[in-house]
Design a protein around this ligand. Structure first.
Ligand code: DUC
Ligand code: ZN
Ligand code: ZN
Length: 470
């Protein structure tokens, strides 16, 4: 099937211009004025703007946690992503004791139902000599990224020596270390003390995970990367001080890059104080309005390179079913921690919200330009993670992952639009102007207005090579 998209306004990471796009098969074959094709179906995009399909570098589908699992799987989460204009997602593989191959196979199995294209990062939560020798086998599988944690002592955390070792192995194999930056040595006693004092409400989740831990850990990881002569990518940056540290490191030539997520741009610890505060529980937590503003500044001035989501949804009340694709479903969620914040599953829905919310409250609000929007949400993640220009680009030869936006469409945003398989949306009632109207995945129309034309199993695993350092 060939498609000719006529008269749209294309927005790329660097330019905005009017042109036609010819899609032949799964790729873009031409971009230019007055294109013709004898048999292609024609889509009129006059008055609409067109972006490359979004690339979300940070999701957690079907992630086991606290006796339940994140409520979007590799089909429902992909579908929600597609409705929000995202056509590529990168999910984190849990490291199992049986080794990398076994761990990746398990995640591949879960992702058989993929509806959009996807790739994986590997959580590196244990490291010994055998595993160290095995890391290059991940690159052979097309997984060129390792996520390390400086928190979750005794569970997910590697000590600094392990992280330094992983950075050097990554450097030698064209791989990239991604870092979750908080300070587990501070968090663990603070949690114990809070519980002992009877502080069990959601607010204490944030109060026991201080911003300074994120700040010093960001600088520590950047400093270690410099000493390892390796790049590092700081995930889900949440504190303004992290942006300061990243700027400090980058100005000194450190190959450090950073990601933030919508929740850290729009919400604060005050949201955790609300009666429904559990909705906002994720790790790291949200901070203050000053932090929100500093992160926006970092996005605008190029200190941070990407906006992912850390999408990891749970029901607010998993005892009450919702209707999903015509069937009732309930999945245990945040009610598990109603008497103890440490038992509230960490994470929130965002994969479908990212682009519509950032368009209205980022671009239209004048915080970032339309070209920065594309760079931060599609082009840069594709470059950093070795998918460019196949993904994140509107150029001949790229995969025809194309989003046609209805720039004038006004909606009261929320669960009615987000398609996440959960019972709430953090942006409920927000006025959004501009929504994805048609979404193509490798040339196939998968979202057409309110209609889902995609299918489980049509998403492809993307083997990645080395990425770029931005
Ligand atoms: N943070 C969350 O809130 N959920 C999943 C993983 C993570 O890092
Ligand atoms: Zn994390
Ligand atoms: Zn995460």
């Amino acid at each position: 099937m060939n498609t000719l998209i006529k008269n749209g306004t294309l927005i790329t990471a660097s330019e905005t211009f009017e042109a036609d796009i010819l899609i032949e098969g799964e790729t873009i074959s031409q971009i230019g004025k007055n294109l013709r094709h004898p048999s292609a179906q024609v889509v009129d995009a006059s008055g609409k703007f067109i972006t490359p399909g979004g690339v979300d570098p940070h999701t957690h589908f079907d992630l086991p946690m606290f006796g339940t699992a994140s409520s979007d799987d590799h089909y429902t989460g992909h579908k929600a992503a597609a409705f929000g204009g995202t056509t590529t997602v990168m999910d984190f593989v849990v490291q199992e004791p049986q080794g990398f191959k076994h761990s990746v196979d398990l995640w591949m199995q879960k992702a058989q139902k993929a509806a959009i294209d996807y790739s994986f990062h590997m959580n590196l939560t244990k490291l010994d000599d055998g595993l160290a020798r095995d890391i290059p086998s991940l690159a052979d599988m097309g997984i060129t990224t390792l996520k390390v944690f400086t928190a979750y002592n005794g569970r997910l955390r590697l000590d600094d020596g392990g992280i330094f070792r992983a950075m050097r192995i990554a450097r030698d194999n064209g791989m990239l270390v991604m870092a979750h930056c908080e300070n587990g040595d501070v968090i663990e006693p603070l949690i114990a003390e809070a519980l002992a004092a009877g502080h069990t409400s959601p607010e204490w989740h944030a109060r026991t995970r201080p911003a300074w831990g994120a700040v010093e850990s960001t600088l520590r990881l950047a400093a270690m990367a410099e000493q390892a002569d390796a790049p590092v990518y700081i995930v889900h940056m949440n504190a303004g001080g992290e942006a300061d540290m990243l700027k400090y490191a980058r100005e000194r030539g450190v190959k450090a890059m950073g990601e933030t997520c919508p929740q850290y741009l729009f919400f604060t610890v005050d949201h955790l104080r609300r009666p429904d505060g559990a909705k906002w529980i994720c790790s790291p937590p949200m901070r203050t309005e000053k932090d929100n503003a500093r992160l926006w500044e970092g996005l605008h001035d190029g200190t941070l390179q990407t906006i992912g989501t850390d999408h990891c949804p749970f029901f607010l009340d998993g005892t009450k079913p919702i209707v999903y694709e015509g069937k009732e479903i309930a999945i245990a969620g945040k009610e598990l921690g109603k008497d103890d914040f440490t038992k509230i599953p960490n994470g929130l829905p965002a994969v479908g919200d990212r682009l519509p919310i950032l368009w209205t409250y980022g671009v239209r609000a004048g915080r970032i330009t339309a070209n920065q929007f594309v760079a931060l949400t599609a082009t840069n993640p594709a470059k950093i993670f070795g998918l460019y220009p196949r993904k994140g680009a509107l150029v001949p030869g790229a995969d025809a992952d194309v989003v046609i936006w209805d720039a004038e469409k006004k909606v009261k945003y929320g669960t009615a639009y987000s398609h996440h398989r959960t019972d709430y949306n953090l942006f409920e009632g927000w006025e959004v102007v501009g929504m994805p109207d048609k979404v193509f995945l490798r040339g196939k129309l998968i979202v057409d207005g309110n209609d889902w034309r995609g299918a489980a199993g049509q998403g492809q695993f993307l083997k990645r090579g080395a990425g770029e350092i931005l």
